[in-house]
Write a protein that binds this ligand. Structure first.
Ligand code: SF4
Length: 317
């Protein structure tokens, strides 16, 4: 039994030879770097609906007001209903997923900008979404999803995994526990503050005075808004506000030299000269020397395993 978050993944990204031509699209970042921290659930929707390997290509085709999944050469071979039925049947088995990583550009799995053929002799538009991916997002709108290509962007990658672990922690909460709900909010205070102080206050109103009777509705409202807020990328100015807030907990313990050193690092981070991990390493060092029970609960300081090195790259948020 493992407690790693479970991520749904397009099978071809794990190196499985399931593509139309018998090949794969192995994403080494997923198998080499993520596998230490996550379990994977591979799904190839096209193989699952019996299209076989190899198989003719399929595409998204706008027909009337609908986008259909059809054969690459023959629009009359329409797989849309078969794909939707497969997705509907599988969805209950995906309830435990903490995230999904989809293969970009696929008419079944692609999440954004999938090509759609409007007229056979006209240029494609790039406003489609794979039929399977669409079904997943409709059923599980709060579960973090990304495409493997977008994960090459350091800001997107950091934000995605911050949300994945936050969602995973939510999944592990006892849904009947009022104190668990309140504790979840409190432990994400700094993470929410990095999106703006108003975010913590706004969600705090959903937690304040919660009773057992209204826990289910408060939880529903809370997590929907929480995940929306978490999808925002904190800018450097707000991150520095949080860093200063954390430093405030050491105001009696640190001498002038230590404080100056921290402030210099905050400035260097704000100027884009060092990544976020630089001031955080120093703050966490001070936290080890001067333990503070409140700060130690804050997921902001360790939102994901350090070895993922997600805060080690300079980016603009
Ligand atoms: S993109 Fe999706 S449907 Fe296509 S081969 Fe990969 S897993 Fe299968």
């Amino acid at each position: 039994m493992t407690n790693k978050p479970l991520i749904g993944v397009s099978s071809c990204l794990l190196g499985q030879p399931v593509r139309y031509d018998g090949g794969h699209k192995h994403a080494r970042y997923i198998t080499d770097e993520l596998s230490a921290h996550f379990d994977f659930l591979p799904v190839c929707p096209e193989v699952a609906i019996g299209l076989g390997i190899p198989r003719p290509t399929i595409r998204l085709r706008r027909i009337g007001g609908d986008i259909r999944l059809v054969d690459g050469k023959d629009d009359s071979l329409d797989y849309t209903d078969r794909m939707r039925e497969f997705a509907d049947g599988l969805m209950p088995d995906l309830a435990g997923l903490s995230a999904y990583i989809f293969k970009k550009g696929s008419p079944s799995c692609g999440m954004t900008r999938v090509p759609v053929v409007d007229q056979p002799d006209r240029p494609r538009s790039y406003d489609g979404r794979g039929i399977f991916c669409e079904a997943f997002k409709a059923r599980y709108p709060l579960v973090p999803t990304e495409e493997e290509g977008r994960l090459n962007d350091p800001a997107i990658r950091e934000n995605f995994f911050e949300r994945v672990f936050a969602w995973h922690r939510w999944q592990q909460l006892d849904e009947h526990s009022v104190s668990g709900f309140i504790g979840y909010h409190a432990a994400h205070k700094l993470m929410l503050m990095a999106r703006g102080g108003h975010c913590y206050a706004e969600l705090g109103r959903l937690v304040a005075g919660v009773r057992r009777e209204d826990l289910p509705s408060r939880r529903r409202e809370y997590i929907q808004r929480f995940m929306e807020i978490m999808a925002e990328h904190p800018d450097r100015g707000r991150q520095v506000n949080v860093l200063m807030h954390v430093m405030g907990y050491f105001k009696k313990s640190l001498d002038g030299h230590d404080k100056q050193e921290l402030l210099r690092l905050f400035e260097a981070y704000k100027a884009g000269d060092v990544p976020l991990v630089a001031p955080l390493i120093l703050l966490k060092h001070h936290l080890r020397v001067f333990p503070d029970p409140y700060l130690q609960t804050q997921h902001y300081l360790d939102p994901f395993p350090e070895s993922l090195a997600l805060r080690s790259v300079i980016h603009n948020g």
